[in-house]
Design a protein around this ligand. Structure first.
Ligand SMILES: *[C@@H]1O[C@H](CO)[C@@H](O)[C@H](O)[C@H]1NC(C)=O
Ligand SMILES: *[C@@H]1O[C@H](CO)[C@@H](O)[C@H](O)[C@H]1NC(C)=O
Ligand SMILES: *[C@@H]1O[C@H](CO)[C@@H](O)[C@H](O)[C@H]1NC(C)=O
Ligand SMILES: *[C@@H]1O[C@H](CO)[C@@H](O)[C@H](O)[C@H]1NC(C)=O
Ligand SMILES: *[C@@H]1O[C@H](CO)[C@@H](O)[C@H](O)[C@H]1NC(C)=O
Ligand SMILES: *[C@@H]1O[C@H](CO)[C@@H](O)[C@H](O)[C@H]1NC(C)=O
Length: 528
């Protein structure tokens, strides 16, 4: 008997004890004297003892049933890890804002919105959604054409799921979302996870599970910008109940945190990970053999056997042989911790060090594509300069960094933002929910999907890896990806004046230290 099952046993015994005893004497005794049954037995007849014995037997029986049959088994459609489907179909989905222009090399991208609508078309029983934001409607946008149109369409379809008999379940850390209230009024079940309480972070996971069969994981969340104005990347995997079953366990974990104010130390085996970095799922992806698993963060949210996001990233970088291409909004190896009531910022080496090792010791070519936007932390430049300097005068060493920057005169800082969070290597792809910022992994909940492929690119043909790689190279070669040195130049090659550079520091007006660092970086003679 595992400890978990004991827990169920005691729960069901007390449950049955209170519902199955109708003797008014016992009820009265119970009211007077909390839960002490023995007192009751001592004062009643043999008949009562017999009833008690029966109740006990019944409770044990129920407990046995509970422990052998899955507690959440009723909605698992009879699919188990023994007979789930491993013959899967994976597609890359992207959102590319209208005003960004890329050379497409004849390879059209599948829009994220089409991915979501296809999933909605397929849904027969249930859709489970986790998203950091719920802002599909953008109530205050009046411009024509309305950039939030795709978001509104998606929201309307989610509202209409009820009429098709499809259950919608949502886990969220948002407390006062108008859209979640509207969905709840249309029969969606919404479970609130108090992330403030657990880690002071947010539920930043972004994924869908449809009928325990099809899944979506990616950077796009339930925000109208994800379907129009922000650059996003994710994957949809169809007919893949094995992977869906495992991702569902992550969902179950969030689901169980509803109205809890602690993380239980003993969990049901229903949230134990099925696959991980040491026992990845072997599957067919578009008829190519591959392995895959789901990782999560923060550490507190890793149930038994679940691989941490950071360890997944670590493994993917370590197993790269020739190249690693990384595309994230922010890269910052720092973590903010609260220590004795004050907030302390520390260097967070986990990812930084393994990149250094790959570049210097294994000669792996690394490209880092980071977004340059109003929230770019000024120290980002220092950390990437430090990475780049590793290759100085070193033969067969290549680490390049470019900044994705799309300048637009608009108040909404997220418009045109490269919101991608992925990495692709010669043999694997990692698609996650977090930027590579220490604090994100430490406090925010997110998931990642690792897909590894065997053999050389020539042997395996065009796979999801080649698709993601081509996408990265398209972005890398685009005019939006600039070196740090080029960022300091104005259009036309003229160098920005000190006054103009100072203007950039204004992004950080809220924080004088940051602004100072930023100015010092921009305006000294120091060049990347
Ligand atoms: C999978 O196996 C379970 C029990 O092992 C069984 O109840 C279920 O019907 C099976 N499902 C399918 C689709 O074969
Ligand atoms: C919740 O949202 C509504 C409408 O947006 C607003 O009127 C209300 O003040 C909010 N409540 C809290 C507690 O933030
Ligand atoms: C979440 O937890 C925090 C910290 O305990 C508490 O202050 C807050 O009221 C909780 N939020 C909700 C909506 O229960
Ligand atoms: C999923 O499997 C079903 C039945 O095996 C098939 O009809 C359908 O086309 C598949 N879907 C995809 C996207 O591969
Ligand atoms: C550079 O490093 C790669 C990876 O270790 C290796 O395969 C290649 O032979 C090296 N090239 C030279 C010229 O040493
Ligand atoms: C990958 O290739 C190696 C050697 O070629 C082989 O031993 C291993 O079983 C393969 N793994 C998968 C998942 O096909």
């Amino acid at each position: 008997r595992s400890e978990c099952e004991h827990e169920w046993l005691s729960v069901s015994m007390s449950g049955i004890g209170s519902s199955a005893t109708h003797d008014p004497k016992i009820d009265k005794q119970k009211r007077m004297d909390g839960s002490n049954y023995l007192v009751v037995i001592g004062t009643t007849q043999q008949k009562c003892i017999a009833i008690f014995a029966l109740v006990c037997c019944f409770a044990v029986l129920v407990a046995l049933i509970f422990s052998s049959v899955d507690i959440w088994g009723d909605d698992e459609d009879g699919i188990t890890e023994e007979n789930c489907s491993k013959d899967c179909h994976i597609v890359l989905v992207e959102n590319i804002p209208d005003d960004l222009s890329f050379s497409m090399d004849g390879r059209p991208h599948l829009p994220v919105s089409v991915g979501f609508h296809t999933l909605l078309d397929q849904a027969k029983h249930s859709i489970e959604v986790v998203s950091s934001a719920w802002d599909l409607n953008s109530w205050d946008l009046e411009t024509i054409p309305n950039p939030a149109k795709q978001g509104q369409l998606l929201f309307q379809r989610l509202l209409r799921l009820k009429s098709r008999g499809v259950k919608l379940k949502i886990a969220s850390s948002l407390t006062n979302s108008t859209e979640l209230k509207a969905l709840a009024a249309h029969n969606a079940e919404v479970h609130f996870v108090n992330m403030t309480l657990f880690t002071r972070g947010g539920l930043h996971s972004s994924f869908w599970i449809v009928d325990r069969k099809h899944i979506y994981i990616g950077s796009a969340d339930m925000d109208w910008r994800s379907l129009s104005k922000r650059k996003e990347l994710g994957v949809v995997v169809y007919n893949c109940s094995c992977l869906a079953l495992d991702l569902h366990r992550v969902f179950s974990f969030y689901w169980q945190l509803h109205e809890r104010d602690y993380i239980p130390s003993i969990w049901s085996k229903r949230v134990t990970a099925l696959y991980g970095k040491n026992n990845a799922l072997q599957l067919q992806l578009n008829s190519t053999p591959a392995t895959a698993y789901v990782s999560t963060s923060p550490e507190l949210f890793c149930s038994k056997d679940r691989t941490r996001d950071v360890d997944a990233i670590y493994q993917v970088i370590q197993s790269a042989k020739t190249f690693i291409f990384i595309s994230v909004t922010d890269y910052l190896p720092l973590v903010k911790r609260s220590f004795r009531g004050t907030s302390v910022t520390r260097y967070w080496s986990s990812i930084d060090e393994v990149i250094r090792e790959a570049v210097v010791l294994r000669g792996v070519k690394v490209r880092l594509l980071i977004s340059f936007w109003k929230k770019t932390h000024p120290l980002t430049f220092n950390f990437v300069t430090s990475l780049k300097s590793l290759c100085v005068q070193l033969y067969n060493c290549s680490l390049e960094v470019r900044f994705f920057s799309h300048k637009e005169q608009n108040d909404d800082i997220q418009l045109g933002l490269n919101h991608n969070k992925y990495m692709v290597t010669d043999n694997a792809v990692y698609i996650g929910n977090h930027d590579w910022v220490g604090s994100d992994f430490a406090i925010n909940a997110g998931v990642g999907l690792v897909v590894k492929m065997n053999g050389s690119a020539e042997d395996r043909g065009v796979t999801i890896l080649e698709h993601v790689k081509a996408t990265f190279e398209r972005d890398w070669r685009s005019r939006y990806a600039q070196t740090a040195a080029a960022l300091l130049l104005l259009p036309g090659g003229k160098e920005a004046t000190a006054a103009e550079r100072k203007g950039w520091g204004r992004y950080h007006h809220g924080n004088r230290l940051k602004a100072k660092l930023f100015r010092r970086f921009c305006c000294s003679n120091f060049r990347i």
